[in-house]
Design a protein around this ligand. Structure first.
Ligand SMILES: Nc1ncnc2c1ncn2[C@@H]1O[C@H](COP(=O)(O)OP(=O)(O)OP(=O)(O)O)[C@@H](O)[C@H]1O
Length: 378
């Protein structure tokens, strides 16, 4: 691939007639594939500060047009991973490729050309306080040398897309947090990027505003096919809009896959905790404090039962109870939609008899459910 034209089939903004409305964009996929291969990033020791391995041999594929979430706790390496995509951080080892193009090998004009294909939104919006909504959104187009009439057309189109028509001439100080993020999103989309990076874009917003911003990102992804990579520490965000998720811990990807699969069968302890934070899978504290691994002397065994797909709404608990003649006490749970599919999670207590426990687990399995023993209470 020619390094000077990182996206040969991308339409150069200045030369293109913008489509009259965004629905036309849906017919031409914009998304770019991103491939991390063995990416390690070390920050050298300075003075008293020891060397930091921020990314440790990260290999991950981001599908074009997907919404991929990277979740991890503070310091896990999320921002560093995001910054390797637009070349703000260069890997110490390994490669990051966007549609096959090695980001780490680019510099100067090639890197600037690549960055025009990558929009970014931030937790604290990063708007210029002295510029109006219109002028903030216009900035990347001005920097790209886009003619004035085309800037006006494109910015007005974006202002409408993000629902800020009545705020066109307002300044950031006159906007709510959600409105500021809408400006940030419009600005990030101005040059018709093929990748949109979101750095904790909803972390500073209240739940309702978060919901509307996530819905906007999902709509933009559906309309334009832009590949979205978002980093977050909230599983709620992953659950709301992502197709794929990767869990990062101490610079390593410890789990990655389809969001529904990861929610249904989380493997790593950290992933289980993230999943439990949003699926009702967390044990009530009073029970958790009494839970022990040893069934000796216990009166109740506590199970987690995960319902997926069409089983999510089946009356399985009453069937378990009737056909095995056991009392099933529901301790916690909810039925929800994840990635658009039903997903249920119940925590139940049954009598702590090995034959009963085995029968319940087997019967749940026969109904296509997963049942897992969490522990026992006296
Ligand atoms: N420029 C830098 N110099 C030295 N160390 C750095 C630098 N940038 C990041 N780090 C370190 O790399 C590790 C990963 O940081 P990073 O910001 O990627 O984590 P994060 O998951 O985004 O955290 P947060 O959610 O708190 O923003 C941390 O230990 C951090 O202190």
């Amino acid at each position: 691939m020619n390094a000077l034209t990182p996206f040969p089939d991308a339409v150069p903004l200045a030369a293109a007639s913008p489509p009259p409305d965004h629905r036309e964009d849906a017919s031409r996929p914009h998304g770019a594939a991103i491939a991390f291969s063995g990416v390690t990033k070390r920050f050298a020791a300075t003075g008293a500060a020891a060397e930091v391995v921020a990314l440790d041999d990260v290999t991950l594929d981001v599908a074009p047009g997907s919404i991929t979430g990277i979740i991890g706790r503070s310091g896990a390496g999320k921002s560093t991973l995001l910054r390797t995509i637009n070349g703000l951080d260069r890997p110490t080892a390994g490669t990051v490729r966007i549609d096959g193009l090695d980001v780490g090998a680019l510099d100067g004009g090639d890197l600037r050309a690549l960055r025009r294909e990558i929009g970014m939104i931030f937790q604290h919006f990063a708007l210029l306080s002295s510029r109006t909504v219109f002028d903030n959104i216009a900035l990347p187009l001005e920097l790209a040398g886009t003619p004035r009439d085309e800037i006006t057309r494109r910015v007005d189109e974006l202002i409408e897309l993000v629902g800020l028509t009545d705020k066109r001439g307002r300044y950031p100080a006159e906007l709510s947090g959600g409105q500021k993020q809408r400006v940030g999103i419009a600005r990030a989309l101005a040059t018709r990027p093929r990748v949109l990076l979101s750095d904790e874009a909803t972390s500073a917003l209240d739940p309702e505003t978060t919901h509307s911003i996530l819905a906007l990102l999902k709509r933009i992804n559906a309309l334009t096919g832009v590949t979205i990579v978002l980093i977050t520490h909230e599983m709620q965000v992953i659950k709301a809009i992502c197709d794929r998720v990767a869990v990062i811990e101490a610079g390593r990807i410890i789990e990655a896959g389809d969001v529904y699969e990861v929610f249904a069968r989380p493997q790593a302890e950290t992933t289980r905790n993230f999943v439990a934070s949003v699926t009702g899978a967390a044990l009530p504290e009073a029970i958790a404090a009494r839970l022990r691994p040893d069934p000796e002397g216990a009166s109740q065994t506590v199970l987690r039962i995960v319902f997926t797909g069409e089983n999510a709404t089946a009356p399985v608990i009453s069937r378990l109870s009737r056909s095995l003649d056991v009392d099933v006490t529901v301790l916690a749970g909810q039925v929800d939609a994840i990635a658009g599919k039903p997903f249920g999670n119940l925590i139940v207590a049954i009598p702590a008899r090995p034959d009963v426990v085995d029968a319940v687990v087997a019967l749940a399995g026969a109904h296509g459910l997963q049942a897992e023993v969490l522990g026992h209470v006296a």
